[in-house]
Design a protein around this ligand. Structure first.
Ligand SMILES: *Cc1c(COP(=O)(O)O)cnc(C)c1O
Length: 468
């Protein structure tokens, strides 16, 4: 009976265990853990079936911007519902998608003048990859077949096969290696663990030089460089040195290679500016936006590009220069309405100023962890924070993997009413750009308590030889 699914006293826990397969989740461990089942929210708090409240310390996986149940965004979606929830962009145009495209172009780095919508972060990068490839084939009468992309080590651009091909996170990507297209990779410009024979300085210099060498040697085969500007999120909040993004842009110009900036994570205030590229005055050829674009309300992606790229796809319809790509829910009206309301809130509530203040609060509150014997590094750019835990700071020896130390910190956080999600042994704090500095301070203080509790417990267990 259909009514069974809707009964207020339905056994949700059992149904979750019986019917769902959760993303990025070792399901055998999940079933034992009884994760909260979220049924309500207010502001920056989520509430579960037991009535417990949790502070959302990771912006609902890096996408929430102004909180949950934001009156202005709720009203915009309701008002759109009174008109139309969804209509296609294939053969029809739709009002909210037009307004949002105009607003995005006004705010994006100069030179970006066209918006191609899709519905997730991965699809925005897929779109950029295909456009970059097809651009080189069609830009002149003797079009080039440039089928390579230059990628940064440990990159993450999503989980579809194209984005896995340009990704470099071994744990996530190694199973699929026979299915992927070939790419060129340069090392990620970070200097926590430098290879033998290098100092931090010589290693970073090597990372800069490698981009130049790869492009010098291979530019005729390379369609585009793909990168997450300033911060590599899923790699463990790896923060690039100042000037790297600019350096890559300059080399792309020199060698006539396109630059794809994946700002799916860094966009919409997460690094302090609306877009990370602004901080190095970089104009990418593609800007990939998702996660925060709808304020964290609804799935939406946008790939912005330049008139130069767009022009290579023009011609008579029968010439076959069209970009044959699209997704059914492309430019969904409700999601675009939410996106417009979110952009308005950025102005009305001075969200970027708030984010700047919040970033300072985080820096101050976490300062004490910098010297902690089980903390390898506290990495931060704006509101993106990674605290890497290690057994031994000097040798950077990790905790045994079976300890799942990061996961245990999130369990400790849950007991204190805080939602966190780690990346391996890196504890991630990703407060929303609209969150008050007071709540952000609370996230920091609770995270420190949890780290302390779990680390001390782990050290005791190691000393006594028992498992965590
Ligand atoms: C999350 C993320 C993606 C993938 O976005 P989805 O919406 O999950 O497909 C791509 N790139 C970066 C940098 C991300 O952080």
């Amino acid at each position: 009976m259909i009514a069974d699914f809707l009964a207020p006293d339905a056994p949700l826990r059992d149904w979750d265990n019986d019917c769902l397969w959760h993303p990025f989740t070792p399901m055998s461990a999940w079933i034992k853990e009884q994760a909260p089942i979220i049924t309500a929210s207010d502001g920056f708090f989520l509430q579960d079936t037991e009535g417990r409240r949790y502070l959302d310390g990771i912006s609902s996986l890096w996408c929430n911007v102004h909180g949950h149940r934001v009156p202005e965004i709720d009203a915009a979606i309701r008002s759109q519902l009174d008109h139309v929830a969804h209509s296609t962009l294939l053969g029809l145009a739709s009002e909210p998608s037009i307004r949002l495209a105009r607003a995005l172009i006004d705010r994006a780095p100069a030179g970006l003048s066209r918006v191609f919508y899709s519905d997730s972060g991965a699809t925005t990068v897929e779109v950029a990859l295909k456009m970059a490839y097809q651009y080189h084939r069609q830009k002149s009468s003797d079009g080039e077949d440039r089928s390579m992309f230059l990628c940064i080590g440990n990159a993450y651009h999503g989980d579809t096969l194209g984005t896995v091909s340009v990704g470099g996170i071994d744990l996530f990507h190694r199973s699929y290696r026979h299915l992927l297209f070939r790419t060129l990779t340069v090392p990620s410009p970070v200097a926590l663990r430098v290879p033998a024979g290098h100092s931090r300085e010589t290693w970073l210099q090597h990372c800069f030089d490698e981009v130049e060498r790869q492009l010098r040697e291979n530019h005729q085969q390379v369609a585009a460089v793909v990168m997450e500007p300033l911060v590599q999120g899923a790699a463990g909040i790896l923060v690039h040195p100042t000037g790297y993004l600019r350096h890559v842009r300059q080399l792309c110009d020199r060698y006539n290679v396109l630059l794809i900036a994946d700002e799916v994570a860094t966009g919409f205030g997460r690094t302090g500016t609306l877009f990370a590229c602004e901080q190095e005055q970089v104009q990418p050829d593609f800007l990939c936006l998702a996660k925060g674009i709808s304020g964290g309300y609804l799935p939406l992606g946008a790939t912005l590009t330049t008139e130069r790229v767009y022009a290579a796809f023009l011609g008579d319809p029968w010439q076959g220069r069209t970009f044959y790509h699209g997704h059914t829910y492309t430019g969904n009206a409700l999601a675009c309405a939410a996106g417009l309301a979110s952009l308005k809130l950025f102005e009305d509530r001075h969200v970027l100023q708030n984010a700047a203040l919040a970033a300072t609060v985080i820096r101050q509150r976490l300062a004490g962890l910098q010297q902690h014997p089980q903390v390898a590094e506290v990495r931060q750019r704006g509101l993106m924070v990674g605290i890497e835990l290690v057994l031994e700071r000097d040798s950077l020896t990790p905790f045994p993997v079976e300890f799942r130390i990061g996961h245990h910190v999130t369990l400790a956080a849950r007991r204190r009413g805080l939602i966190l999600r780690p990346l391996g042994d890196v504890i991630v704090l990703m407060p929303a750009p609209g969150m008050t500095p007071e709540l952000i301070g609370e996230i920091c203080d609770k995270a420190i308590e949890c780290i302390e509790e779990v680390v001390q417990n782990a050290l005791r267990r190691l000393a006594s030889g028992s498992p965590l």
